[in-house]
Design a protein. Structure first.
Length: 323
């Protein structure tokens, strides 16, 4: 009799625990960022200039499934908030493309693959450029056509309008690491050099509260922060979930200044005058501050423009926000 009671109490306890876990799960909602399932892609088929071979290149964008057979500047389509490092450039009258983000088959759909690679264009007496191109996708826009390699961040409109306060970001990922111990810096016009330190794929999310002064300068407070780097080759991790820290996090044990400090990298946005200007992060927000913009970036190399290790790859799928 006693054994039966113990068994019944055990079942009741298990049921209550299960119910509590389910209730905790039900307290949170998960929303896929538009086109964040990575199953829809635009295939831009761009013909490069004849002087560099005239090849027809596939330059992929994340958005409603379509094929574009024109050499025209790309604008985000179909409500897609995503931009990538895949671009059409026109330098000295020569049309050249870069593709370092690709759709890759995964199960019944697709994922995004980002590769760090070298990209060259050489025409005797006209242009001789070799750049390191990291694969990157982010919320925002690219100003095409790209006309040079100077100040690459100014060619981007970083972030999208956003006023919610998610508690975490969630996605599936896979990593392949280059075996190089040093990185490469190749800007296109200076000599290729080594950079100390190993190259790591990175994901960063920043929530900002922005405002603009009468002269068109854009300022921001940092409201929310999440940055993670990957240090080892790994197979798929599904539903990886990373908490977003709010307010001034400099006293938090998880704060890493080299990755999370204010103005850790200069980003640009379009002001009310239609100009591309730097977003000046001037202060930490409070936990009560509501954001105005969301920045989210996935990249196969963490060191910024033109720095990385060929061979690094980052795969991403099913990008969501948790509330």
């Amino acid at each position: 009799m006693m054994q039966k009671k113990i068994c019944m109490y055990g079942l009741l306890f298990a049921f209550l625990c299960c119910g509590t876990a389910l209730a905790q799960q039900q307290q949170h909602t998960v929303e896929v960022i538009p086109f964040g399932d990575m199953d829809q892609w635009i295939d831009r088929q761009i013909k490069e200039s004849g002087i560099i071979g005239g090849a027809l290149k596939n330059v992929y964008a994340i958005g409603p499934t379509a094929t574009i057979r024109e050499n025209k500047a790309y604008k985000n389509m179909g409500g897609s908030p995503w931009a990538t490092s895949n671009v059409m450039a026109r330098v000295a009258g020569i049309t050249k493309t870069n593709t370092s983000v690709f759709p890759e088959k995964r199960g019944d759909g697709y994922c995004a693959r980002m590769d760090t690679r070298m990209e060259s264009v050489k025409v005797l007496g006209i242009v001789d450029i070799t750049v390191l191109a990291a694969g990157s996708m982010f919320l925002g826009e690219v100003h095409e056509p790209i006309k040079g390699t100077k100040n690459p961040q100014k060619m981007l409109n970083s972030g999208i309008p956003f006023t919610k306060k998610p508690i975490a970001v969630q996605f599936d990922y896979k990593v392949n690491m280059s075996d190089r111990e040093k990185r490469i810096r190749a800007t296109g016009f200076s000599r290729i050099t080594d950079v100390e330190g190993k190259d790591f794929p990175e994901v960063n999310l920043f929530l900002q509260k922005r405002w603009e002064d009468k002269d068109g300068n854009i300022f921001a407070k940092r409201v929310g922060t999440m940055v993670v780097r990957y240090y080892n080759t790994t197979d798929w991790h599904n539903n990886a979930t990373y908490s977003i820290m709010y307010g001034d996090i400099t006293g938090d044990p998880a704060y890493k200044p080299h990755m999370m400090r204010l103005q850790v990298e200069e980003r640009y946005a379009i002001n009310s005058k239609g100009e591309s200007v730097p977003v000046k992060e001037v202060a930490w927000g409070t936990e009560e501050d509501a954001p105005t913009h969301l920045l989210l970036q996935f990249t196969s190399s963490h060191g910024g423009a033109y720095i990385g290790s060929p061979g690094n790859s980052l795969w991403i799928d099913n990008v969501k926000l948790v509330y």
